[in-house]
Design a protein around this ligand. Structure first.
Ligand SMILES: NC(=O)c1ccc[n+]([C@@H]2O[C@H](COP(=O)([O-])OP(=O)(O)OC[C@H]3O[C@@H](n4cnc5c(N)ncnc54)[C@H](OP(=O)(O)O)[C@@H]3O)[C@@H](O)[C@H]2O)c1
Length: 345
């Protein structure tokens, strides 16, 4: 049963996180935007959103220790402590580590050395206020450290009881195989949406072959294909989208035209553009779990309603015609950040 305040009328269904991971809610909550990268957010609304998600049956919450330099983990820890015990016990927190920051908010690479992995984990456990991390992954592979060593260090944390499952983030098929040869990998977290479909060639088939689940992020392309983004929106100086190629000038105009094509299909179906985009990712397979970056309860309610949206073959074909693979203008990250993506090499 969900409570009377829940944004959904029935409990959120679950999906397996790969062959070796836990079952999790079919949609996970990505908490990044509550602390960083999308401009200012409202702390009490963020906590209320986490509580509404748990209440609705969302069990997977995703964070990174570098989202606001620990802010996001402390926020989640606070929200979980204030949540009903039954919700807290069902919740699983997935943590990314490895990004090196500086006091001005700059990014200075990734550290996947085994000693660093254990150091990052020790701090995350304190900030989350828990004795274990449910899924732990390096955000980007460290080019100076073989992935086997980084994953091996997480496997030792599993052995010691500090971590339950191992994940990966933004790796290509070959790295996925190397990592999976060291220890069972529950899931690969990677961008996947109507306008970011690069994983379909080699990465998704390899994940399937190895029994690795996919937690898809950017399913709304950071709001671009949510139906709520407009060309005249003013972005704060600290908003990632101000630097993202897909949100610039002609690229943005082109991409928002794609959204208008999607809006026509969504309106015919009686759903919102965001729901169509999330439901499309849900339709890719039971092994794909979208993470939605809702940071307000109304956005969360909209996102969770996507669980009730299914498509016929004709509708999928219409979506494909509206937004063919590769239709978006602009890369998904600025060039310097693309260089860190093992998945793009
Ligand atoms: N592994 C990685 O490399 C990586 C990278 C990025 C993110 N992630 C994880 O994935 C999560 C999701 O990523 P994301 O936040 O970029 O993805 P997203 O869900 O594509 O985008 C979230 C943005 O969409 C907007 N939006 C509009 N309608 C929405 C709705 N109904 N529900 C949710 N959002 C809506 C939000 O806008 P407003 O809040 O402005 O309304 C927010 O700015 C992150 O929180 C993070 O945990 C992982």
């Amino acid at each position: 049963m969900t409570s009377p305040n829940s944004p959904v009328s029935r409990p959120v269904p679950t999906r397996p996180l790969g062959a070796t991971g836990p079952r999790v809610s079919a949609i996970g909550l990505g908490a990044m935007g509550m602390s960083a990268l999308y401009g200012d957010s409202d702390r009490s609304e963020s906590i209320a959103t986490i509580h509404a998600a748990l209440d609705a049956g969302v069990t997977l919450i995703d964070t990174g220790d570098f989202y606001g330099m620990g802010h996001n983990e402390m926020l989640i820890g606070e929200a979980l402590r204030a949540a009903p015990a039954a919700d807290r016990e069902k919740s699983l927190v997935s943590v990314k580590f490895g990004a090196l920051r500086d006091p001005d908010g700059g990014w200075s690479g990734y550290d996947g050395r085994p000693a660093a992995v254990k150091n990052f984990a020790a701090y995350s456990l304190q900030r989350l206020g828990t004795d274990h991390i449910d899924v732990y992954r390096i955000a980007r592979v460290d080019p100076d450290v073989p992935v086997e060593e980084t994953v091996g260090a997480i496997a030792e944390l599993v052995e010691a009881g500090h971590v339950r499952h191992i994940g990966l983030s933004e790796v290509g098929a070959e790295t996925l195989r190397r990592a999976a040869s060291v220890a069972p990998i529950a899931d690969l977290q990677i961008e996947y949406s109507l306008i970011s479909r690069g994983i379909e060639d080699a990465i998704l088939p390899t994940a399937r072959e190895l029994g690795v689940g996919v937690t898809a992020y950017g399913v709304l392309s950071r709001g671009l294909i949510s139906g709520h983004f407009s060309g005249d929106r003013k972005l704060a100086a600290n908003d990632f989208r101000g630097m993202s190629p897909r949100f610039q000038g002609d690229n943005l105009r082109h991409n928002l035209e794609l959204v208008e094509q999607l809006r026509k299909i969504a309106e015919q179906k009686g759903v919102s553009v965001a729901q169509l985009a999330i439901a499309w990712v849900l339709s890719r397979g039971e092994d794909v779990v979208p993470l939605v970056g809702a940071r307000r309860r109304d956005r969360l309610a909209e996102a969770l309603a996507a669980l009730d949206v299914t498509f016929g073959e004709d509708e999928l074909a219409a979506i494909e015609r509206a937004v063919p693979r590769g239709a978006a203008a602009g890369e998904r990250y600025p060039a310097a950040q693309m260089a860190h993506l093992d998945s793009e090499h």
